[in-house]
Design a protein around this ligand. Structure first.
Ligand SMILES: C[S@@+](CC[C@H](N)C(=O)[O-])C[C@H]1O[C@@H](n2cnc3c(N)ncnc32)[C@H](O)[C@@H]1O
Length: 494
């Protein structure tokens, strides 16, 4: 086994190189992820070089980290593929966040299809950007087949793209396991659209053939172009942007905005920071989901230059229009806190103050179970300050109260991503997984709580825990873990 300990200098140079090339940022809280990803990559290249003649042809002999770094600087594609595979989070499943697919169907596609029929233009263009192993793009294809009885007469361009070649290979194969169907919406459709072969589910050819896949690094300009020059009606870019450095996010959002046709929609994940205000995308809420629409007649703006990605990771976003968002005076208990507007103050500090104010408003409403307002204010807080931990955590609690478990888990993921050592979100995640019957996940989270609280002094207060101590949280986690011994995924005794 290769041992890789990243010195501070190595950490800095790999972090910068990877950010520049892929947009993926590994701030100090994720240094361990970078280290273990590089360790796996190095071992994989060395094994392939030693034992697989075919692979060895495209790989260099690497004796350690320095060689790995040089191979990346030299842009060796086979080495980059391995490193990207080790560093990207490829978690996905069919109809992930089913409410978004229902919202898309009922509020975006139905009117759009009716309008296209009226005009005699039977065509639609959809893009799953950061599609991982393809479930998202194929979910769109299934949705369209269900909506269009005459789908074969339409020109349907559904494109799935990703940076990770290994994921794209899996997407092309279109062979999945049970785990890809954990959403009820997906399970209901499995029999109709897949053949089962032992434990595998193979997508039927008439759906598979509707989607094209290709490699695309969102950090480079890879906007899909169609031969007729038309732009996209719908872009899904979910659970991708949250892993990018701040300036990269701004750059990618601008590209996505430009790729949309006027009136087209961008759909991001619950944990992704929403588009910054400099893009004229307008938030549109439909029951429980919010999408971002390119206005039909947008003012022409000059596109921001590609950020200097070398310097990208430290910079915080210029608040621009965000500075006009409201701040609040201290909350009184009987009525909503008064809102004061900050005008003309465009400093990052003003954005932070406004975010704090939005968060407090969100908390105030959450304490009173005004879920809609609480959600709105906490989302605004995370938009203004994407690293506002308590706002992400409160969002998770709000989604949990609304019964939106997937969204709650995503918000907890953002929280954990920002503060690896904070035990409380792991404990909350365990509860949600348990209620969903995901006992393995729940157990893993409880073990995280035990690990993290072990590192604290017993009477240390848990942040955000209203006086809860490390010792109490520790024993609560141990008790729950004990309760779960012998339970299988369905919650039955094993
Ligand atoms: C967590 S998956 C999201 C999959 C799917 N969109 C979903 O929400 O279920 C994130 C994907 O983003 C891809 N990704 C990361 N950086 C990227 C980049 N610079 N360009 C394109 N894709 C990228 C990763 O390879 C990974 O497959």
């Amino acid at each position: 086994m290769v041992t890789v300990a990243l010195s501070d200098a190595d950490y800095e140079r790999f972090r910068t190189l990877i950010l520049t090339r892929t947009g993926l940022d590994f701030p100090p809280v994720r240094r361990g992820d970078l280290e273990s990803g590089l360790r796996r990559s190095l071992a994989q290249v060395q094994d392939a070089f030693r034992y697989h003649r075919e692979a060895a042809a495209s790989l260099p002999a690497l004796s350690g980290l320095d060689d790995l770094y040089q191979a990346l600087v030299a842009d060796l594609p086979a080495v980059w593929d391995i490193v990207v595979d080790a560093l990207t989070v490829c978690e996905t499943h069919f109809f992930r966040h089913a409410q978004q697919f229902e919202g898309l169907r009922d509020h975006v596609l139905q009117p759009l299809i009716a309008e296209r029929r009226r005009r005699g233009d039977l065509s639609l263009r959809l893009w799953s950007a950061g599609c991982a192993s393809g479930e998202e793009a194929y979910s769109l294809a299934i949705l369209l087949q269900e909506m269009l009885s005459d789908w074969a007469n339409w020109r349907l361009d559904i494109l799935g793209t990703d940076l990770n070649q290994h994921s794209l290979d899996r997407a092309q194969q279109a062979v999945y396991r049970d785990w890809s169907f954990r959403e009820a919406f997906a399970q209901q459709r499995r029999q109709q659209y897949f053949h089962q072969q032992d434990a595998q589910f193979i997508l039927r050819e008439n759906v598979r053939g509707m989607v094209r896949f290709r490699i695309c690094n969102l950090v480079e300009d890879c906007t899909p172009l169609f031969p007729d020059g038309r732009k996209l009606d719908v872009i899904f870019c979910r659970n991708v942007i949250l892993y990018f450095g701040t300036n990269v996010r701004r750059w990618v959002y601008q590209r996505l905005y430009e790729a949309l046709a006027p009136g087209g929609y961008l759909i991001v994940g619950h944990a992704d920071p929403p588009p910054p205000n400099f893009t004229p995308l307008e938030a549109r809420s439909f029951s429980s989901v919010t999408f971002f629409q390119r206005p039909l007649t947008a003012p022409r703006r000059t596109s921001p230059r590609r950020p200097d990605l070398e310097k990208a990771r430290g910079a915080s976003p210029a608040p621009e229009a965000e500075a006009a968002d409201p701040a609040v005076s201290p909350a009184s208990d009987s009525s909503e806190p008064a809102v004061v507007t900050m005008q003309g103050d465009t400093s990052a500090a003003a954005a932070a103050t406004a975010a704090e104010a939005q968060y407090r408003l969100g908390r105030w409403h959450a304490d009173r179970q005004h879920w809609d307002q609480a959600l709105r204010h906490c989302l605004a807080a995370t938009r203004l300050a994407p690293t506002h931990l308590l706002a992400h955590y409160t969002l998770a609690l709000i989604y949990q109260s609304l019964g939106q478990s997937e969204a709650a888990i995503e918000a907890l993921r953002s929280t954990i991503y920002l503060a690896r050592n904070w035990a409380l979100p792991h404990f909350t995640a365990a509860g949600i997984h348990r209620s969903l019957g995901q006992h393995d996940h729940a157990r893993r989270e409880l073990r995280n709580v035990i690990l993290l609280t072990n590192r604290m002094t017993p009477d240390a207060a848990i942040d955000g825990g209203d006086g809860l101590t490390a010792a109490r949280l520790h024993s609560a986690a141990e008790r729950q873990l004990q309760d779960m011994i012998g339970q299988d995924e369905s919650g039955r005794p094993g």
